[in-house]
Design a protein around this ligand. Structure first.
Ligand code: KG4
Ligand code: ZN
Length: 380
């Protein structure tokens, strides 16, 4: 069965084809350059860019599929179309969902709306079998941590359409804290990767920043205090932002690893390493408490899943892998290209949901940021 996935929740226009649970082709067109000028995503601009991208991207996808021997309408056909329906930027979602609905009508195939947050966590299923899809004694829930630019959510995942929210960010999400801290250093949006590469040149000072919001017994996160502490640290150490910071902020993040650095730049790298540490440790501690909660509830997690853009962070990945090892659980984090927004995760989620017999009518709605995505499938 072949599922087309459409992703336009934020500033990535993406299409992908998943064939019998395997990724066949995917294309992503990032708008990051258009938004970098403004220091963050501009919703109106995002919708227009998606609108411009969608048609040519679909043509390019068909050509790429042909290159892999899939000639749509000749030796194969699309069986269902899945579109990210939210949470996200309303105008952007409308472009992708309208495209998906129109194409579904034209091809005479069903269309499904996919929860973008759940799709991030399901994506690792393209690379490893998650326990909630396993049969027999291996079957069971997974604990999922989604850490992205807009969300820091902890879920117990019982199945592709059965996610129980255990904790969430009450203010800034982890990625947002990275981006705002980066902005204070003059880094373009999104700043997470640049901070992470710089952190690789620095040493961690565990006392530099607090690990926020751990003195409580809930599973929620709050990163706004950490962001303020980091921005205040920069303000109090003005000398850190001299030197070659301009060069650091303009070089592609990947090239920073080899940049010659003076004393001030290396101290800035220490600040980034310490920030990375505080975020990673906080995520690890709360995820550990969530694993304890699952066990106490009689539904112990059988795997630890990490997803979202911040899952690309080296300290976060290491900390979460350590946690999985401490609990003797498989650690499932998607490869880097599946961590950030993509359509492979949407096509794969659509394939899983369609296989379960879940359906949407053409009237399903899009869901803006901050609102819950309803579980309003029908079984067909
Ligand atoms: O999941 P995502 O691509 O988009 C959504 O927010 O849905 O996540 C983007 C976020 C941005 O805040 C970006 O700065 C962060 O992920 N990010 C990172 C890294 N790579 C991307 N944060 C820390 N370290 C990284 N290596
Ligand atoms: Zn996302």
């Amino acid at each position: 069965m072949l599922c087309l996935g459409v992703e336009t929740s934020c500033d990535e226009s993406a299409l992908a084809l998943v064939h019998d649970g395997e990724l066949a082709v995917e294309l992503v067109r990032s708008q990051a350059d258009a938004h970098a000028l403004f220091g963050g995503v501009v919703p109106e601009l995002a919708s227009r860019e998606h609108y411009r991208a969608m048609g040519p991207l679909y043509d390019a996808l068909l050509r790429a599929a042909e290159g892999k021997g899939l000639r749509l309408g000749e030796n194969c056909r699309i069986d269902c179309i899945a579109a990210a329906r939210g949470p996200g930027l309303l105008g952007s979602l409308l472009v992708g969902v309208s495209f998906a609905k129109a194409l579904a009508l034209a091809l005479g195939v069903p269309v499904l709306g996919v929860n973008h947050l759940h799709a991030h966590l399901l994506a690792s299923g393209l690379e490893h079998q998650p326990p909630f899809l396993a049969a027999g004694p291996d079957h069971g829930p997974a604990l999922g941590l989604l850490a992205s630019g807009g969300h820091t959510h902890l879920y117990r995942i019982n199945g592709p359409d059965d996610f129980i929210l255990m904790g969430r960010s009450i203010d800034d999400a982890a990625g947002e804290a990275f981006d705002k801290f980066g902005k204070a250093m003059g880094f373009d949006y999104p700043a997470g990767q640049r901070i992470d590469v710089l952190a690789g040149r620095g040493r961690v000072d565990r006392k530099m920043f607090p690990c926020p919001y751990l003195e409580n017994d809930n599973l929620d996160f709050s990163f706004s205090g950490l962001k303020t502490a980091a921005v205040s640290y920069l303000a109090a150490h003005g000398d850190l932002l001299g030197g070659c910071v301009k060069e650091i902020s303009s070089l592609p993040a990947g090239e920073l690893a080899g940049l010659p650095m003076g004393e001030a730049e290396l101290r800035l790298a220490d600040v980034c390493a310490s920030f990375n540490f505080a975020v990673a440790r906080t995520l690890k501690v709360k995820s550990g408490r969530a694993l304890e909660r699952c066990r106490a509830d009689g539904a112990p997690a059988k795997a630890l899943v990490l997803a979202g853009g911040v899952a690309a962070n080296s300290a976060v990945r290491t900390a979460m892998r350590e946690l999985a090892d401490e609990w003797n659980l498989p650690f499932m984090a998607p490869s880097f290209q599946l961590c950030t927004d993509n359509a492979a995760m949407i096509a794969y989620s659509g394939w899983l949901l369609h296989r379960k017999g879940l359906r949407h009518g053409l009237d399903f709605s899009v869901i803006p940021r901050g609102r819950n995505v309803p579980r309003d499938y029908t079984v067909g």
